[in-house]
Design a protein around this ligand. Structure first.
Ligand code: GLN
Length: 534
């Protein structure tokens, strides 16, 4: 087994997760079996209870683990299926250590960061190793070198490298090379200092990935090489990407990063087969058509909050030979200015998942506007609940219809708490989570798009479609076309008499890949193209 650890220096938001995922792509396409994981030094047990404003999207895995959004990059850039073992937080580490202390596992000992916390971190790497047939594990360490909370992780990795042998471990450090305008110069000092911080702990990077706005010349590479004690070839430039993030593996391959890593770890493989990947990038960068699609949400100003939705639209665009121009709409603006003003130029409307009542009425107005004007509509999780509430109020005449999440006393609870949520008290990891099977009605649009009557999709919700209103909805044209296998839980609603009106209780965005767009996203973008304005 070989191990790559990816650390970051200087600042956050460097694209460290992207670089790690891109290395995964390159090694996988060299024929190696790759598994990726993330260590997050914060004290939450998982990011499930954090606001998207704090931490971006919560990415859900098949097994129901609520994880960091970087795991979304890993699943999109490699084929490895991830599980809860692949996202370790300080919260989990301390939770385990304290549980063991209470049980008496450390009887007699003073429980300390070294060795007990660091042992627990190393144990996770061994636990993952034990259940995988991967050749190589790539582990990204969240945060920035020098953070207090990251220290136990780095110390654990230092010990780990000695235990499994230096020849089996490579450290990749991503840093920023800032450009100082007044001096018209790229500066290497922050990189030198962050590498010095790593070396203080006993870790010497094998590769430095230099994120920069401008090309890095040989002189600069030699300087970093000398100060940081690594070979000049191992100083790898990672310039800002203008086209698509999926170019990252190609750019890093041009800088020979995969070759340097394979050489360092003694991995013998041929050149990576990047034909399919290059074709996909080409389709994204050089599309024939373009189409405007609105995403109406409440975390709109933050690019990371709906990461997988935006990526899935890009994948579906590529599959339709189109550039999807995403118009990010704050739902409260719809309430302020009216839907015509804000949505008149878009060819389709998507409402993603969400929690809490802020911006709900604006979303309901957007769903109504889509329904009444025959504009393709795709509702995801909360977006499905919104479609249901809107239809109840404005078509079925159920005044005041709502979800009990937002109005516990509504006269028409068309969306209500899932039966097994009624006893739930803790907020962490208690929703209906992970992959569940859904059965689709014969002849429905969803069945046609999937090409199957049975699908597996990932979930993250507490509330559900209230089936006591089903007959009323169906009589007026909103059909329940997808349910759980026993028929008790609503999974998909459609309006057959509409250009495209599909709303799903699950999260298809967690399963779309750049080389294999999700069928519902693909159908939605195709419908948007048909309805293209201008
Ligand atoms: N808040 C809604 C629920 O809990 C929707 C969740 C979501 O969109 N992920 O059911």
């Amino acid at each position: 087994m070989k191990y790559i650890f990816v650390t970051g220096g200087v600042v956050s938001s460097l694209g460290k997760g992207l670089a790690a995922a891109a290395v995964g792509t390159l090694l996988e396409r060299r024929g190696l079996k790759v598994l990726m994981q993330k260590f997050d030094p914060y004290l939450n047990v998982d990011p499930g209870t954090m606001s998207p404003f704090q931490h971006g999207e919560v990415y859900v895995l098949d097994d129901g683990a609520e994880t960091d959004l970087d795991l979304g990059h890993y699943e999109r850039f490699t084929s490895g299926k991830l599980s809860q073992l692949n996202n370790l937080t300080s919260g989990q580490v301390y939770e385990n250590v304290i549980k063991r202390e209470r049980k008496g596992d450390y009887l007699g000992a003073t429980v300390q960061v070294i060795p007990h916390v660091t042992d627990e971190i190393k144990k996770r790497i061994h636990d993952v190793t034990a259940v995988t047939d991967a050749d190589i594990i790539i582990t990204e360490i969240g945060g920035t070198t020098g953070d207090i909370e990251g220290l136990p992780f780095l110390e654990a990795l230092r010990q780990f490298k000695d235990e499994v042998g230096h020849e089996n471990v490579a450290f990749m450090h991503a840093t920023l090379i800032p450009y100082i305008k007044a001096a018209e110069e790229l500066k290497t000092k922050p990189t030198q200092q962050s590498v010095a911080k790593l070396r203080e702990i006993g870790i010497a990077p094998d590769v430095i990935i230099c994120r920069s706005e401008f090309p890095i010349d040989n002189e600069l590479r030699s300087k970093i090489s000398m100060f940081c004690n690594i070979r000049p070839e191992a100083v790898v430039p990672f310039l800002d990407i203008k086209g698509t993030i999926y170019e990252a593996p190609l750019k890093l391959h041009d800088s020979q990063l995969d070759e340097i890593i394979c050489e360092r770890l003694g991995l013998e493989t041929g050149e990576p087969d990047l034909i399919e990947w290059r074709n996909m990038v080409d389709r994204i960068v050089n599309p024939t058509h373009t189409v405007k699609i609105a995403v109406v949400g409440k975390y709109i100003e933050l690019m990371d909050a709906y990461k997988s939705i935006y990526e899935s639209l890009t994948h579906a665009g590529a599959a339709n030979d189109a550039n999807v121009d995403i118009v990010r709409v704050d739902s409260s603006d719809i309430t302020k200015k009216g839907p015509e003003e804000i949505l008149k130029d878009v060819s389709a409307i998507l409402i993603p998942g969400g929690f809490g009542d802020r911006g709900i009425e604006g979303k309901i107005t957007a769903a109504r506007y889509a329904r009444e004007n025959n504009i393709p509509y795709f509702g995801i999780c909360l977006g499905m609940q919104i479609a249901t509430i809107e239809f109840a109020r404005n078509v079925c005449g159920l005044d005041g219809a709502h979800s009990t999440e937002f109005d516990p006393d509504t006269p028409h609870p068309v969306i209500c708490l899932l039966e097994d949520q009624k006893e739930v008290e803790n907020m962490g990891a208690t929703m209906r989570l992970g992959t569940w099977e859904a059965m689709l009605a014969e002849g429905s649009r969803s069945e046609e798009l999937y090409g199957s009557g049975k699908v597996n999709e990932r979930h993250r919700h507490r509330y559900e479609f209230n089936q006591s209103y089903k007959a009323d909805f169906e009589a007026k044209g909103l059909k329940l076309v997808g349910t759980s296998p026993d028929g008790t839980l609503g999974e998909i609603v459609e309006i057959p008499d509409h250009s495209f009106y599909i709303a799903v209780q699950f999260h298809p965005e967690f399963q779309s890949k750049p080389t294999a767009a999700h069928p519902l996203f693909k159908g939605f973008v195709a419908a948007a193209l048909e309805n293209r304005k201008g």
